[in-house]
Design a protein around this ligand. Structure first.
Ligand SMILES: [Zn+2]
Length: 270
């Protein structure tokens, strides 16, 4: 027992040393929140729809570190979103939330946000137990879609065995690719979504915005022609069949809407 205890404490010490090294590396790698927010934000070139139907909350999303913890952890997920399915009362789960099936988002269909080709699939990884902390190295079930613009969408934490597409397959916008799950580094069922451009080592994170979505701010829903949601908002897909030419222009920031006028796009800071 004593020997086991000593071995355990060595393991604990080793973990602390590794954790301290990781934190130090992150502090060196990530600029302050202010400079991150002031840096030009590269914008996705793809007209996207939300990768789901129904009401979802934006647990993390935006360009500042306060809005979006992803920026502290992974540069290629700097502008990623965590979306959590909610019920009509805006709640994430029923009961004590310790089972994946307690969550209103769990098992909901996850859709291709735009047409493209499947370039990566990871399937069959188990769900983590909600409200526990899995290791950061836990692998999530994942689908990656390369859009015709060259942008790549990544959809993570998918339900084990739920992926219905395979590498090389073409998908249409809004085609179901999998179901929402809790695999990988996740403390409760949600969808991690991010958009990237380029190939390694020049791959960069870009800001995704979505066409014709409803956004709830301060209790009121408004419809946005093109919008990048931020932490704390509720969102749902509107009628995307009205899509017109929405080639991005200008320097976007997060939490803004882009209004379409004939022949032009106007950035409407909000
Ligand atoms: Zn995430």
């Amino acid at each position: 027992m004593a020997a086991a205890g000593r071995a355990e404490s060595r393991t604990v010490r080793t973990r602390w040393v590794r954790l301290a090294a990781l934190v130090f590396a992150i502090l060196l790698a990530v600029p302050s929140g202010a400079s991150l927010a002031e840096a030009p934000v590269p914008q996705g070139r793809t007209v996207l729809t939300l990768p789901f139907d129904g009401d979802w909350s934006v647990t993390w999303g935006g360009i500042t570190l306060a809005q979006n913890y992803h920026g502290r952890l992974w540069p290629l997920s700097r502008y990623a979103f965590d979306f959590s399915g909610v019920n009509e009362q805006g709640q994430h789960y029923r009961g004590d939330g310790r089972r994946v099936t307690d969550y209103f988002g769990y098992g909901r269909p996850i859709l291709a946000p735009a047409a493209g080709r499947i370039i990566f699939v990871e399937n069959g990884r188990p769900d983590a137990v909600p409200r526990t902390q899995p290791p950061m190295t836990a692998v999530a079930n994942t689908v990656r879609i390369q859009h015709d613009s060259g942008d790549v969408s990544s959809l993570l934490h998918l339900q084990p065995g739920s992926i219905v597409v395979s590498v090389g397959q073409r998908v249409a916008a809004r085609q179901m690719v999998a179901r929402c799950g809790n695999s990988g580094y996740s403390t409760g069922p949600h969808l991690h979504y991010n958009l990237q451009r380029g190939t390694t080592p020049d791959r960069i994170a870009v800001l995704a915005s979505f066409a014709w979505i409803w956004v709830q701010r301060d209790g009121a829903w408004t419809e946005e022609a093109r919008y990048s949601p931020i932490k704390g908002q509720l969102i749902r897909q509107g009628d995307y069949t009205r899509l017109t030419d929405m080639t991005p222009s200008g320097t976007p920031t997060s939490g803004i809407s882009v209004q379409i006028r004939p022949g032009q796009i106007i950035l409407d800071g909000r």
